[in-house]
Design a protein around this ligand. Structure first.
Ligand code: CP
Length: 309
């Protein structure tokens, strides 16, 4: 079972817990892909989403995950809520907690918000992205996509490219993948490489996109997070694409059976060329499907004292 009350990041959980979530998600995926999407794993339970930042995939997939497991959910529209009357994050969380909510999924622009407030509520808190820190369920769905394509994570070579500095997806993937034995190659503009990234486990900083991608098992583009970026960090979108983007030619340097990942939303012709997004090696849509399965697994494991397997 999961040791902690909450899922706040992959830095905080063990290799065994990650593997348990992935195995449970493989089971849940059968429900997601079945014509009859009914299962009893969250029956009688409730989930609420509290997103202070925009989302399509994460928020909707938590809602679908809850429905497919027989639970009920409520998604607070922050823009029309009492947040606009000045209600604090803690008071908002306590209010949602007082509805009897079993799981609260929160996304916020400030790093550490879920960690700060989780001890103050009874509900299980799931971090759906906190600032530039972590996005654990995104990395878990990336890992599920890798698990379904490769025999083992041990010594797998993963290239993560682009805006590393602002990417909570990159950080969660580095924490999680390194625990499973994978090696992570990083390449991006010097202005978008955070200080200390080279000290994270199993990380190698590369000096060209070719070095990062050559013979890699998987290539992961990251969204350029313009909303978090000061002006002047990149010369132009076109220049960024030429030097740090992935097109079919760059992808051909990876292993023959390598897969292409991106957390979405993709800026086409910036991180990835227009055509490579839809190429046979692209698993971007499969990642979205796996997101529902992973979120079902996490909600189930946090709220149940049984394993489905
Ligand atoms: N990958 C991801 O977090 O996408 P959304 O912002 O659409 O949720």
């Amino acid at each position: 079972m999961l040791k902690n009350k909450d899922l706040l990041g992959l830095k905080d959980i063990s290799r065994e817990e990650i593997l348990l979530i992935l195995e449970t998600a493989e089971h849940m995926k059968k429900v997601v892909c079945s014509p009859n999407k009914k299962s009893p794993y969250f029956t009688g339970k409730s989930m609420a989403t509290l997103f202070y930042e925009n989302s399509t995939r994460t928020k909707s997939s938590f809602e679908f995950a809850c429905s497919y497991m027989g639970g009920s959910f409520s998604s607070l529209n922050v823009a029309t809520s009492s947040v606009n009357k000045g209600e604090s994050v803690l008071d908002t969380l306590k209010t949602i907690d007082s509805f009897g909510t079993d799981v609260i999924v929160i996304r916020h622009s400030q790093s550490g918000i879920p960690h700060t407030f989780a001890p103050h509520v009874k509900a299980h808190i799931i971090n759906a992205g906190d600032g530039m820190n972590e996005h654990p369920t995104q990395a878990l769905l990336d890992m599920l996509t890798l698990k379904q394509n490769f025999d083992t994570f041990q010594d797998m070579q993963i290239a993560i490219l682009g805006d590393i500095k602002h990417s909570r997806v990159a950080r969660s993937n580095i924490w999680g993948l390194s625990k499973l034995g994978a090696q992570i190659r990083i390449y991006g503009p010097g202005t978008l490489l955070p200080a200390g990234i080279e000290k994270m486990p199993n990380v190698k900083i590369c000096s060209s996109v070719k070095e990062a991608v050559k013979d890699a098992d998987a290539v992961m583009g990251l969204r350029l997070q313009l909303e978090r970026m000061a002006k002047g960090l990149i010369p132009s979108m076109g220049e960024f694409h030429k030097k740090f983007g992935v097109d079919e030619q760059i992808l051909s340097l990876a292993k023959k059976d390598a897969i292409l990942l991106h957390p979405g939303p993709v800026n086409r012709n910036v991180e990835l060329s227009y055509d490579v997004v839809d190429c046979p090696q692209s698993f971007i849509n499969e990642q979205v499907t796996n997101g529902v399965a992973v979120r079902m697994a996490v909600m189930y494991l946090l709220t149940s004292n049984k394993q489905v397997l």
